[in-house]
Structures are given as structure tokens and as C-alpha cells.
Design a protein. Structure first.
Length: 358
């Protein structure tokens, strides 16, 4: 991991841990009403959701860079597929054929004779997330006790963003103007809920609505990448962004304004050369593994406690357990598969904005 000149690793790790933190409330209590950021923002947003927003902003920045450095569209597609699907496939296998048989109230033979575990692996690996439950599996008697992995909903939307970048790039429309337009459209979708009424028309429009809800965060990263040669990532601008984020709370616009203020602050932190580099990837890039294993691990903790664990117990036990699995996922699955990626002219990890290198 040498040569990294940014804090993207630390930012991704923070985002993943924030998701696990918020989910500990939901898994233990069946509600997130007591989560810290939901209280601080007056029931507007949980910390884990800001983690998702930050993930999308990072992706917007680095995936746009990846396309520009990968002239072959098929190579770009292969890189993105290798980042998501191998780890996801193994995670669904673990849920369906290790965690499921352990928790189910059915005999193991009867469980394995059902079609649902196999369809769960196939469907979720292919980003068709209509199957959320497994036969006889109930972790705890609360509203999310049947949910196998409540984190996977973002992955197909993330992959849609990859396809969007690919399409724009092939059409030579991957410009700052288009990125700004997508940012404005995404904010409008958040504020006016423009695409929600379309969801009643079927799965495609439900997918479109989900894309609209998250595209602003992704586009924020695209914009900042496109403006990397300017002085946009400036400490004075960061102070204004922080003030805007604070003011968004009493204005009841925390989520609609997060693409502007929150995503800017996150990427400013990642790319500020005056901040010390945090060696967050010392043991590997664990963020994706933490994200896809955090929920089932926390559900497993809740099940082992007989449904009596508090949120802080679920978090404090679940985080190191999920970190261990994420470590294995990175070194045994993700990293070996990423070595198959077609080469690019330079790595995204070593990027530092030109205007700030001095």
C-alpha cells in the first residue's frame, strides 16, 4: 500500500464503520430512532446513510478517473465487475450456506433441499435483490429479524453509476457540465422527490428512482474530479461547506444539501495534502468486506444473544468480527481477483490534485 498520497482508505473505512454503527441500532432494537445522528439532525438522517453518501462520492471521483485512464470500455467494465462481484458472491454463499443452516429452525437437510438459498445466492450476486429471507431463518423477533443482509441494496445502484460513467464516456459526454447537471438533478430528486411517483409503474422505474436518489452524491465526486486542476479543494471553501452542512440541519435540508456540503468535505479530507496520511489499509482494503458482512455478522451476534443484546454490544462485538471476515475476504477473494484487472496508466490510489501538490 505504499505510494498512497491521500486518505481515501481512511474515508472508506470510516464510511463502512458508520454503516455498521447505525445498523447496530436497527438490528438490536428494530428501529433507528435512538441512533446518534438521527437525534442530532432531528430525525433527518442516520450516520450510516451518510456513510453510503460518502461511498458514492468517492466512487464518483475515482470511477470517473478510472474511465479516463482506461481507454478500452471493456477493460473499464471488467475492472468494475471484478471490484463488486467476486466478494459479493462469496458473501452471499456464506450467508446462505453457513449462517443460514446455523440459524434456521429447519433440519439442515430440509433447509438445503429448499430452492431459496440457491436463488438467494444467484439473485443477489446478479444484483436482483428481491429475495431478502432464507427458509426458517429469523435472527430476532423485531421488524428486521428476517433480513439476511440489509446493506446490499446500494450495490446495484452503485453498478448503475458505473454503467452511467461508461455510457457517458463512450459518448464523449463525461464533462464537467454534464457532471454539474447530474449533481443539480440529484439534488432536485432529493428535495422534490420527483421520481418517487414513478415507482408504481414497475421495477424499472423503482430502479430509476433509486438511481435518482443517489446520483447527486456520485455526481459530486465526478465534479470534484473534473475540477481537480483548479483550487476547488481549498480550506476556505471547506469552512464554508462545513457552515452550510451545519445550517442544513435547522433548514430541514440535511440530505438534499449533503451532495454539496457533506461530499465536498469528505473529498477535501481525503485529498488535503496538509493532513497526515492515515494508514487505514495497513492490513488491506477492508471497507467493502466490512460493508457486505457487517449486517449478517451483527444479526448473528443478536441471534447468539437470544435477542437480548443492546445496540452497543452488537456494535462492539460485531465490528471486530466483521473486520476479521473482511480481512479474509480481502486477502483470499477480493485482492486475488483484483489482480486480474486490465492495467491502467496509473493507479487511482496515488492521485493527488495537481493544484495542491506544491
Amino acid at each position: 500500500m505504499t505510494g498512497r498520497q491521500n486518505n481515501f482508505d481512511a474515508l472508506r473505512l470510516f464510511a463502512a464503520i458508520s454503516v455498521i454503527f447505525s445498523h447496530s441500532f436497527l438490528v438490536a432494537e428494530g428501529t433507528q430512532n435512538g441512533e446518534w445522528l438521527i437525534l442530532l439532525t432531528g430525525n433527518q438522517c442516520i450516520l450510516g446513510l451518510t456513510g453510503v453518501f460518502i461511498f458514492f462520492a468517492i466512487s464518483g471521483f475515482l470511477v470517473t478517473q478510472s474511465f479516463e485512464q482506461t481507454p478500452n470500455p471493456l477493460h473499464f467494465f471488467a475492472k468494475r465487475a471484478l471490484r463488486i462481484f467476486p466478494g459479493l458472491f462469496v458473501a452471499t454463499l456464506v450467508s446462505a450456506f453457513f449462517l443460514g443452516p446455523l440459524v434456521t429452525n429447519l433440519p439442515v437437510g430440509a433447509y438445503l433441499s429448499q430452492r431459496e438459498p440457491y436463488l438467494y445466492v444467484l439473485g443477489n450476486t446478479l444484483l436482483d435483490q428481491t429475495m431478502h429471507e432464507l427458509p426458517g431463518v429469523r435472527f430476532v423477533d423485531n421488524p428486521v429479524g428476517l433480513e439476511i443482509n440489509g446493506s446490499l441494496w446500494t450495490l446495484r445502484l452503485e453498478f448503475m453509476m458505473y454503467l452511467m460513467v461508461l455510457g457517458l464516456g463512450v459518448l464523449r459526454l463525461l464533462s464537467v457540465r454534464i457532471a454539474v447537471a447530474l449533481l443539480a438533478f440529484g439534488i432536485a430528486c432529493l428535495h422534490f422527490e420527483m421520481l418517487y411517483p414513478l415507482e408504481k409503474w414497475g421495477w424499472f422505474f423503482q430502479l430509476l428512482s433509486g438511481w435518482g436518489w443517489l446520483v447527486g452524491f456520485f455526481a459530486a465526486g465526478m465534479v470534484l474530479y473534473k475540477l481537480r486542476h483548479t483550487r476547488i479543494l481549498d480550506s476556505r471553501v471547506a469552512l464554508l461547506a462545513f457552515a452550510g452542512l451545519v445550517l442544513s440541519v435547522p433548514l430541514r435540508q440535511f440530505i438534499p444539501l449533503f451532495p454539496l456540503f457533506g461530499c465536498y468535505l469528505a473529498l477535501w479530507f481525503a485529498l488535503n495534502p496538509r493532513l497526515p496520511i492515515i494508514p487505514a489499509a495497513r492490513f488491506g482494503d477492508l471497507s467493502y468486506g466490512l460493508y457486505i458482512y457487517g449486517w449478517p455478522v451483527e444479526e448473528g451476534v443478536m441471534w447468539m444473544s437470544g435477542g437480548h443484546a443492546s445496540w452497543w454490544q452488537v456494535f462492539l462485538i460485531g465490528l471486530p468480527a466483521a473486520s476479521t471476515i473482511a480481512f479474509l475476504s480481502w486477502h483470499l477473494v477480493e485482492r486475488p481477483m483484483l489482480r486480474l484487472k486490465p492495467g491502467s496508466r496509473r493507479t487511482a490510489a496515488s492521485y493527488a490534485p495537481v493544484a495542491q501538490r506544491a
